[in-house]
Write a protein that binds this ligand. Structure first.
Ligand SMILES: [Zn+2]
Length: 220
């Protein structure tokens, strides 16, 4: 899942108005930001196998550190701790922690049964939404639309950057997503790994336009 993770981060703004989208979008995408790191150092493994699911050609052979439920909870606690240390915002910290774990739940819905509960568990789970392109587009499209709507409802632009950078973010992510679903598979694991590192730009961009928006008054 890709847009779905970003969607839950956008939707969380209402619950954690003091938290920047840098955190609120970074948290639900954190496991996918850690993944290329562990891939690069050889602790995790992926294979490109076109046709393995309808949506993604990636066969996640091993990703115990970034994508086991147990470590997702640990990463969630760490992220919540860092956020609390930086911002002293208890509600925001709880939301950040929950968002990190939400990644595992959404991935569990979309992946083949390749998601481990613990780094050493042999049982792997996954509901396989990715076996259907229409179902994936419907679920992720709906999640993303709802996320954008809730964020737009919770905040308003303070200036042109707050309006247009947000709009461009939404459009560009949809374009990237469709390119990802309908485009050719990555040419190599090395290329995939390099592109995955660029994923950190998404929360950075979200944090940028979020600084140019402010909470709407409750009555408005
Ligand atoms: Zn993931």
């Amino acid at each position: 899942m890709f847009l779905g993770h970003i969607a839950v981060g956008l939707a969380a703004k209402k619950a954690a108005p003091k938290a920047s989208l840098l955190w609120l979008v970074g948290a639900p995408t954190l496991l996918d930001l850690l993944w290329p790191v562990f891939l690069a150092v050889g602790l995790e493994e992926v294979r490109i196998a076109p046709g393995i699911t309808a949506v993604t050609p990636l066969d996640f052979l091993k990703y115990p550190i970034s994508h086991s439920l147990l470590l997702a909870a640990v990463w969630g606690l760490l992220a919540a701790g860092f956020y609390f240390a930086a911002r002293n915002d208890r509600t925001g910290a709880a939301v950040v922690g929950a968002l990190v774990v939400s990644h595992w739940i959404l991935d569990w819905a979309s992946h083949r049964p390749d998601m481990p509960f613990t780094p050493w568990s042999r049982t792997k789970v996954g509901l396989g939404l990715w076996n259907s392109v229409p179902a994936t587009l419907a679920v992720e499209g709906t999640l993303f639309a709802v996320g954008l709507f809730l964020y737009a409802l919770a905040t308003k632009a303070r200036d042109a950057t707050g309006r247009w950078s947000f709009a461009a973010f939404a459009v560009l992510l949809v374009v990237l997503y469709l390119g990802n679903v309908f485009g050719p598979p990555p040419p190599s694991v090395a290329a995939l790994n390099a592109v995955a590192f660029a994923g950190f730009l998404i929360p950075v961009w979200a944090g940028w336009f979020d600084r140019h928006r402010e909470a709407r008054a409750a009555a408005a």
